[in-house]
Design a protein. Structure first.
Lengths: 266, 169
């Protein structure tokens, strides 16, 4: 075991031996070689004990409680400040849900807090926020079918979603219908209706599949200035997205909710 | 996105250990982890999902540490036993403390190239192919640096034994 080639091959195996990467057979082979060579044994033992010491010094970090600054359970907005500093356009990069406690949602009073990283609703809101970002910036083709063809638009989308849709009248809030389009959502159809106010500010209503198949009251999500309210009604989820303050968005959401036959909340 | 964040969270203990190996001070180490998480979220769209997320995060952390060595330089050549005691595990007994001081200063005294491979191999326990990817060096280079790093470590702790080993060859 003293030739140059042998030394380098052996060294690779020695490292693997010490780091525990060898299978049983190879381990035994190297152990045997070590037993027959005192100098080699000395070197390997020292490599091993150095490794053991380094691990003993650092492994306890794994068992330390995660500091609050990294813990989303205690700190639900954890990634929010990180996200705000994101260099990518925030709306595209991260539709992270930030769930707000009940007090703010006074009108409904049913907001539930959930650990954001386990929330399957994020899939729905992620799609709605992305679709909003992608299509509201379009000047010439923001929608596929315009409001001049509203009846056809609604009939078409309702049929594809297999769920009755409507384009609620939002004129009392300053928004009027621009039109709508069909969108893919994991192989299933989803619908987006786009509204616009006198300043050209756009709002979208996204209707798609709700994977959790449950009912919820209103929930609020925010992504760096882009706000959204959503609710789930068994197999369908509704998401209203706009770059407006929460209160104004809430007004619009109430109207849409009522238009879709939601019960009065008091 | 939700899956990405969940996976990110699972990696945090490992990132904290890696940062603590790179940067001795626990607060500064956690700052490094925070910077790493920020950048990972920043560049989420660049992660193709091939290979473990943890490897990708190690690369990010390694690059931040390298680029901002001044900010993250807490590598005193002598680590006082009490400092080491408070931030890391304490081996029992007087001999243990001497060994503790020795191995950490020996680690500090390695060249950056050597230290990088030893930390990933001995502390993080990564397979050599993964170390090759994280450090962006051929696997042969990983192996030769690792051997030299290990010899340098034991040389720093116990020079006599290293001499004996060499003489036998």
């Amino acid at each position: 075991m003293s030739g140059q080639e042998n030394t380098s091959v052996t060294q690779d195996l020695l490292n693997a031996f010490v780091d525990g990467h060898l299978d049983e057979g190879e381990r035994e082979r190297i152990a045997e070689a070590i037993r027959n060579d005192a100098a080699l044994a000395e070197r390997v033992n020292q490599w091993q004990s150095t490794r053991d010491r380094l691990k003993a010094l650092h492994d306890p970090v794994l068992d330390e409680p995660i500091p609050a600054r990294f813990c989303t359970e205690r700190n639900p907005g954890l990634f929010e400040p990180l996200k705000r500093r994101s260099l990518l356009p925030a709306r595209i990069a991260a539709s992270i849900a930030m769930l707000i406690f009940g007090g703010i949602m006074g009108w409904f009073g049913h907001v539930l807090y959930q650990n954001q990283t386990e929330n399957p609703d994020l899939v729905l809101t992620d799609r709605a926020l992305s679709a909003h970002t992608v299509y509201t910036i379009e000047v010439r083709h923001p929608v596929e079918v315009g409001q001049d063809n509203e009846q056809h638009l609604i009939a078409w989308l309702s049929k594809r979603l297999n769920h009755p849709l409507k384009a609620p009248d939002l004129s009392s809030t300053g928004f009027k219908l621009v039109g709508g389009r069909l969108l893919p959502a994991a192989g299933r159809p989803a619908a987006q209706l786009m509204y616009e106010d006198a300043t050209g500010l756009r709002l979208t209503l996204y209707v798609g599949n709700n994977p959790s198949n449950k009912e919820t009251a209103f929930r609020f999500v925010s992504d760096d200035g882009l706000n959204a309210f959503y609710w789930l009604d068994r197999e369908i989820g509704y998401v209203i997205v706009a770059e407006v303050e929460r209160d104004r968005l809430l007004e619009v959401t109430k109207l849409i909710y009522q238009a879709f036959g939601g019960p009065e909340w008091n | 996105m939700a899956d990405f964040l969940t996976e990110l969270e699972r990696c945090i203990p490992y990132l904290r250990r890696y940062a603590r190996a790179l940067v001795r001070d626990p607060q500064v180490a956690d700052d490094l982890v925070q910077d790493c998480l920020e950048r990972a979220i920043d560049r989420r769209s660049l992660w193709r999902g091939t290979g473990p997320l943890k490897s990708w995060l190690y690369v990010i952390m390694k690059n931040i540490h390298r680029n901002e060595r001044r900010k993250y330089a807490t590598r005193p050549t002598i680590v006082s036993v009490d400092d080491a005691h408070s931030s890391l595990a304490t081996p029992p007994g007087q001999d243990g403390r001497a060994a503790l001081r020795d191995v950490l200063s020996a680690l500090d005294n390695l060249s950056d190239d050597h230290r990088d491979v030893v930390i990933l191999a001995a502390i993080e326990g990564l397979p050599y192919s993964e170390i090759s990817q994280v450090l962006d060096i051929p696997i042969g280079t990983v192996m030769s640096r690792l051997s030299r790093a290990r010899d340098a470590l034991i040389g720093a702790i116990d020079p006599e034994s290293l001499e004996d080993t060499k003489r036998q060859r």
